[in-house]
Design a protein around this ligand. Sequence first.
Ligand code: NAD
Length: 282
Amino acid sequence: MVQKITVVGAGIMGSGIAYTSALNGFSVVLQDIAEAGLTKAKKEIEKIASHSEEKGFITTEQKESALKRIKYESELEIAVQEAELVIEAIVENMDVKIELFQKLDRLCHPNTILATNTSSLSPTEIGAQTSRPDKVVAMHFFNPVHKMKLVEIIRGLDTSDDTVAVIKAVTEQLQKESVEVNEFPGFVTSRMNVLIGNEAMNMLMEGVASAEDIDKAIKLGLNHPMGPFEMGDLVGLDTRLRTLEYLYKTLGEKYRPSPLLVKYVKAGRLGKKSGKGVYDYR
Ligand code: NAD
């Protein structure tokens, strides 16, 4: 059973995965190429932990031991030295992910499982670029990781049953439910979610209603817990755009990114993480 997890990429998802793993007893190393990213992640993790303590979801002892179990490291080679499982949460770009997985393959112990938190990309394609495709798998978490109950597990063509069994056991220890999905672009959740978000952008562009009213209509009329713009701003509009571009390429016309979404990303309006997306958070 896995005890030591290294999370690569300390953005929105990497921070959440590192915190949730530490809270549930794993020893964690969080790695990012940007020192500033690590500093921001540490602050974010401490904020989530304190908030959870204030709300009574965790005790002070749980908070303190979780925070102690996370190490922050910018050198990949050092970060993965003892890892039994690496969870990658870097930018949603196949070339960049492949380059990283090739490095991980060289640096990690031969038994180490390499998981990607990709929202849409192929674990088969990533695994094929390593010498251990049987130990490469997609482990798709949801945002915010410490609250969301699901992990989608996507098996690549050569992912072994043993690897899937280990990932299921880790998911259980993280107190999350899992679904096993056959590899197809966007899996189940991203394929559905980006379509709703993109349609909302097109409606906003066409002047069908204001952003606030589109969100309100979807929440109160369709019983979604969040509106599509609230969700897009939380996910990050750049990440959302990259997923759409990939699904447009692989699944076709209905995933063509909305020109308004493209414009927001060009303007640097990426959502909560940049202070402004569809809504203003400053
Ligand atoms: P983000 O932009 O918040 O963070 C990415 C981090 O990775 C940054 O801190 C960056 O410095 C770091 N990074 C980039 N290249 C790196 C490298 N080679 N080595 C180490 N660190 C590197 O992104 P995010 O929203 O956390 O998304 C990460 C992954 O998770 C993407 O594949 C995305 O599709 C997926 N995902 C995102 C969400 C979401 O809601 N945001 C949900 C599920 C899955």
